[in-house]
Design a protein. Structure first.
Lengths: 225, 312
């Protein structure tokens, strides 16, 4: 575990070289503690797989004070109550119609389409980070059998709700955007709605489980094709 | 209705307040003025609170018609400005009456100008801020840059001080800059040779410049890292992808990313960088965290201690 300077008003805590649910839980714990100890000095934080970026008000404090708060938070890591995230079920219409890369991914993995769907929907995924675009949640980790590298040429348009895989990460695209992940299905649940409260169904530390639904169910839930 | 009507939006004109903070956890970036100093002066000339919504005019070409009486001030890049065909100066307050036509030419030095109106433009904030981030479709008018026919609401004002920024405080906008960097993030993965190359070479601003990042071209530098986990990116971070060409990440950057970073440019200097045009020259200067702290506090003191000139 080590702390580095990120910029004039920010420090970054590295918890480990690789990530797993324990490391991610430590990131969460440190974030909760620093919210309290930095209080009004805090501008923002960015939790990610194995790091936490802490951005503070450089006109009300300095990096010596913030470093001391971070040291204290890290010392307390084991002691504090483990924060249990919620588990959210997301429906997914997996098919070659809604997931243009599903067949190719199955072929490369030497599995049937049905097996890929069964494997993807069997796991509970942790929300490791949110970023790239508003509401884009990085979920991990997918079973190595269905892990797939990013497309060599990213698509210019990935539809809203696309369920996708890149390496051992999976995600639901919250809005139409360019993207290079492998598309295997569509999820009708909005992942980001600026007018809703909360605007996202998940936060970092929560878990997601996908539930396979058919075409009719997808359309009935408001999905678009 | 009390507002300004957009006759021509110019190349890129955006509603910006001081920026959107505390929303990184849902993936939202900061937005906000690229040149915060010029932005602050514009609001100050209108005696506005710090966070009032202004227009950030990139390069120029904006034409507005006032449909109310008010006061405006424009700061930043040198850009010809006419009110009803008459040349007008930046860095001071102007009285505007209903029907006035305000026209901007194109920047002759610098790249971004800020237009503030008395009391600020009335825009509904989203996620605590009115700053427009087009990539996210958030802020401004429907998350977009200004378009022909947009109406920019503001309050009618018939009385205000006419103020000017003293000449000594008006920045010039050179085409060559040295910008200050604090080493950080994956700096250790850039060995001493790579760091020396980085700090001793001149870079050129490429034509790949937007509110997310400013790409530079010149001496390649290499990190020893081949892959890393995505992590939080702060304002000004200098990302070095596999091609070895640095990118300074600005207000609309992605909140997380997985490329090695050598350190970060201080905000006072990202503001100066944002006033450069493609082809202009940039050199990087290394400073310590403590020196950055001093520079920032001194700059703030200086700004606060300036007395505006009354020109009424």
């Amino acid at each position: 575990m080590h702390v580095e300077i990120a910029g004039e008003n920010s420090l970054i805590i590295y918890f480990a070289e690789a990530t797993d649910p324990q490391v991610s839980a430590q990131v969460q714990q440190a974030m909760l503690q620093l919210e309290t100890s930095l209080a009004e000095h805090l501008i923002d934080m960015v939790p990610s797989y194995a790091s936490l970026l802490v951005i503070y008000n450089q006109f009300s404090t300095d990096h010596y004070f913030v470093s001391a708060c971070i040291r204290q938070a890290l010392k307390n890591l084991g002691n504090s109550q483990q924060q249990q995230g919620k588990v959210i079920e997301l429906p997914s219409y997996y098919s070659t119609e809604s997931g243009p890369d599903l067949q190719q991914l199955a072929d490369n993995a030497k599995l049937s389409v049905e097996q890929v769907i069964a494997i993807h929907s069997a796991m509970e995924y942790r929300v490791y980070a949110i970023g790239f675009a508003p509401g884009f949640a990085f979920l991990g980790e997918v079973d190595p059998r269905i892990a797939a590298p990013r497309l060599t040429t990213p698509r210019l348009k990935v539809p809203r709700g696309a369920v996708a895989i890149a390496d051992r990460q999976t995600a639901v695209y919250p809005a139409q955007s360019p993207g290079g992940w492998n598309l295997i299905g569509l999820c009708p649940t909005p992942m980001f709605d600026a007018t809703a409260t909360p605007c996202m169904p998940v936060q970092v530390g929560d878990s997601i489980k996908f539930k396979a639904i058919d075409r009719d169910q997808y359309l009935a839930l408001g999905g678009e094709l | 209705m009390s507002d300004f009507k957009v006759i021509q939006p110019g190349l890129l004109t955006l509603i910006q307040d001081a920026g959107r903070y505390g929303q990184h956890r849902i993936g939202l970036t900061n937005g906000g003025p690229l040149d915060a100093l010029a932005f602050n002066w514009a609001n100050r000339l209108c005696e506005n609170p710090l966070n009032c919504s202004t227009l950030e005019i990139s390069i120029g070409g904006l034409v507005l018609v006032a449909q109310t009486d008010t006061y405006i001030a424009v700061t930043g890049a040198c850009m010809p400005m006419k009110i009803n065909g008459r040349d007008c100066s930046f860095w001071q307050t102007h009285k505007i009456v209903q029907g006035d036509k305000i026209e901007f030419g194109f920047a002759t030095a610098g790249a971004r100008a800020y237009l503030a109106v008395k009391g600020g433009f009335n825009v509904a904030p989203s996620f605590t801020s009115t700053s427009t981030v087009v990539r996210e479709s958030i802020g401004g008018i429907n998350g977009n840059k200004l378009a022909v026919g947009d109406l920019l609401a503001c309050n009618r004002a018939v009385q205000a001080s006419l103020l000017a920024v003293p000449d000594t405080e008006i920045p010039n906008y050179p085409t060559e800059l040295s910008i200050k960097v604090i080493l950080g993030y994956q700096q250790k993965s850039f060995d001493s040779v790579q760091q020396r190359l980085f700090f001793s070479s001149d870079y050129q601003l490429s034509d790949k410049v937007d509110r997310m990042g400013f790409r530079l071209q010149g001496q390649q530098i290499k990190s020893s890292l081949s892959g890393m986990l995505s992590e939080g990116i702060c304002h000004g971070a200098i990302q070095v992808p596999a091609d070895g060409q640095p990118i300074v990440l600005m207000n609309d950057r992605q909140t997380i990313g997985g490329y090695p970073k050598i350190g970060s440019v201080i905000a006072l200097d990202t503001a100066r960088l944002s006033q450069l045009m493609p082809g202009n020259k940039v050199a990087f200067e290394q400073i310590s965290m403590e020196r950055a702290h001093n520079i920032n506090h001194l700059a703030r003191q200086r700004y606060q201690n300036v007395a505006l000139v009354n020109i009424a």
